[in-house]
Design a protein around this ligand. Structure first.
Ligand code: SF4
Length: 342
């Protein structure tokens, strides 16, 4: 079982202490006896311990930086939401395929932002612009925020903020089962709580440092019982020997565990495994022993933004994946909505 994250090292930006949450976190981490240091900016933590890149990368993933979110311009977040809402960046998990490895480059440490009211004000403006349409915000584009939220409770604040909103909805996804502090949040049904799930093979070989499937399913049951709308992202769908049975068993376990009422309003998002050339280089450096199959010649090339294309499965493989997974979901969860396959 993966224990809730405790950073080995914490950095504070001095300005973070001007905010109530910054002060609270400092006191909390002092009481926990953590190693606390100061950094001028959350973008420039330079003196991380480690003799080489490999060690530095691992130490960074156990380092938490408490800072201020200066950019309050939100990125778009299609297809799952209109905007990405930024409460944290980075993740303590070690999923070999994780896209954060390339997007975070030399800064793989975890950042949490304490100016939450300013972030909520910015969200409010985005909602006003789109009124009377509803605006959806995705809180897990740059991190697995649940993984750090037992320490910060930022996500809990956000759930309650959107719980009171008339025009905004919140969604996020996690591979962590540490959800207990979120169960009594006043969500008013306006947050869709999603879990990222995968079959035993993928979790065993490619998702170290995250909660196991049975723990995620147990957490999903608690979340459903707390009245949250529930969702599951099956990602990355990865072809390996026995994948058909693996994904079938995963969905059967899920179906057996979820209470009947939770299956009435449940969503699924299906995302096949993909990689880019830069991602392949980073994965090979950070996880040199990984079994992850990254052979361009076996994949289909899909042109992408900024000239960086990605390697996805071939068309017949994609058809087979869709066929199998839509088949399982439709049979086991007849009332579920499959939002997309990509
Ligand atoms: Fe990346 Fe999610 Fe794994 Fe964290 S849990 S390393 S964000 S894929």
């Amino acid at each position: 079982m993966v224990k809730p994250f405790v950073p080995q090292l914490v950095y504070f930006e001095p300005r973070a202490l001007e905010y109530p949450l910054g002060k609270q976190l400092k006191e909390k981490f002092e009481k926990m006896g953590l190693d606390i240091r100061e950094t001028t900016s959350h973008n420039q933590v330079r003196d991380l311990p480690g003799d080489n890149d490999f060690q530095k990368y691992r130490n960074a993933k156990s380092t938490l930086v408490v800072g201020i979110r200066k950019t309050l311009k939100f990125d778009t977040s299609k297809p799952s939401a209109e905007y990405a809402i930024p409460f944290a960046t980075g993740c303590m998990g070690h999923c070999h395929y994780c896209y954060l490895q390339t997007t975070m480059g030399s800064k793989p440490y975890i950042r949490t932002y304490v100016n939450t009211d300013e972030i909520f004000d910015a969200a409010e403006k985005y909602m006003q612009e789109r009124m009377p349409e509803t605006t959806r915000f995705e809180a897990s584009c740059t991190s697995d925020i649940v993984g750090v939220d037992h320490l910060t409770h930022t996500l809990k604040q956000a759930i309650e903020f959107f719980g009171k909103s008339d025009h905004g909805l919140l969604r996020f996804v996690t591979k962590f089962a540490h959800v207990d502090h979120l169960l009594d949040a006043e969500h008013n049904g306006r947050t869709r709580f999603r879990f990222s799930i995968n079959d035993d093979y993928v979790i065993k070989y490619f998702e170290p440092g995250t909660s196991r499937l049975n723990e995620r399913i147990e957490a999903a049951v608690k979340v459903a019982e707390a009245g949250y709308p529930l969702g599951f992202i099956i990602a990355p769908i990865y072809l390996h020997e026995g994948w058909q049975e693996g994904y079938g068993e995963m969905l059967e376990k899920l179906e057996a565990a979820l209470p009947a009422f939770a299956k009435k309003d449940v969503t699924f998002e299906l995302i096949q495994h993909r990689f880019t050339k830069p991602a392949k280089r980073v994965i090979e450096k950070n996880y040199p022993m990984s079994k992850l199959e990254l052979d361009e010649s076996k994949r289909k090339y899909k042109w992408g933004k900024y000239g960086i294309g990605k390697y996805v499965y071939t068309d017949p493989e994609q058809e087979e994946m869709k066929d199998k997974l839509y088949g399982y979901v439709n049979r086991l969860f007849p009332n579920a909505k499959i939002e997309y396959f990509t």
